[in-house]
Structure formats: structure tokens, C-alpha cells
Design a protein. Structure first.
Length: 134
């Protein structure tokens, strides 16, 4: 008799490393270089200005957040230097506010708190505010 079968041992669980943080990440798919300027602020304080060409941006928001309610504001303006270039519906851009861990400069998202997606024609003149409570 072989006896009663036993369950296989549990797989070892990965131990999270790095420091926990809130991050702002961007992703884009552009048929042309989108002539868009972004401004990101938290609680009225400018965090960063960036261009649509920075489509894989990862910003640590943690130093800008306070306990309680936080207002994250993203505004998008058309860069007039590129007056002949018009975004199309094929151009895609998304931003996310995520919680996860930074290990050095690499960010590993554990969950997405807010996601905002638009095509190129929808981004012009956009002002979007997100509420984030800690």
C-alpha cells in the first residue's frame, strides 16, 4: 500500500522587494509625433511638464501626495510650433495612476487605481482631474 496521497508542497511565494509607491505612467501609440504638451499637478503643485513623445514615462507621485484627499490634474495643450500636424483617431495615449513598487528606477505595478485613455483627436484641450484618497 502506498498510503494516502499528499498535496504537493506550496510553491514559494515571491517576496516583494523595493519601496511601495504611487506612480503615474504613460503609454502611447502614435502614427505621427503628437504635438501635445502635458502638465501634471497634484493639489495645485506642478509635478512635471512633458510631451506626448515621452510615451513610456514613469513618475513617482509619492512625494507629492498627502494623507487624505488628493486632486491629481492633467491638462493637455496643443503645441503651436507644430501647426501643420494634426493628431488622428489612430493615435492613442493613455495615462495611469498605479500602486506598486520601485526597485531602483524600475516600477512594478500591483494595481491600477485610475486609467484614462483617449485617441489623438480627443486629447486636445483636455483637462482631467482624478481624486485619490490615502
Amino acid at each position: 500500500a502506498w498510503g494516502t496521497p499528499t498535496a504537493p508542497p506550496a510553491a514559494p511565494r515571491a517576496v516583494p522587494t523595493g519601496r511601495t509607491a504611487f506612480a503615474f505612467t504613460t503609454w502611447g501609440q502614435q502614427t505621427i509625433l503628437l504635438p501635445l504638451d502635458f502638465k501634471l499637478s497634484i493639489n495645485g503643485r506642478l509635478v512635471r511638464e512633458f510631451k506626448a513623445t515621452e510615451d513610456k514615462l514613469v513618475l513617482d507621485l509619492t512625494p507629492f501626495l498627502q494623507q487624505g484627499q488628493n486632486t491629481v490634474r492633467l491638462s493637455v495643450e496643443y503645441d503651436s510650433l507644430y501647426s501643420g500636424v494634426q493628431p488622428t483617431a489612430a493615435d492613442q495615449f493613455s495615462v495611469r495612476i498605479q500602486f506598486g513598487r520601485f526597485n531602483g528606477s524600475a516600477f512594478a505595478a500591483e494595481r491600477t487605481l485610475v486609467e484614462f485613455k483617449r485617441d489623438g483627436t480627443q486629447m486636445l484641450g483636455t483637462i482631467k482631474e482624478f481624486q485619490l484618497a490615502l
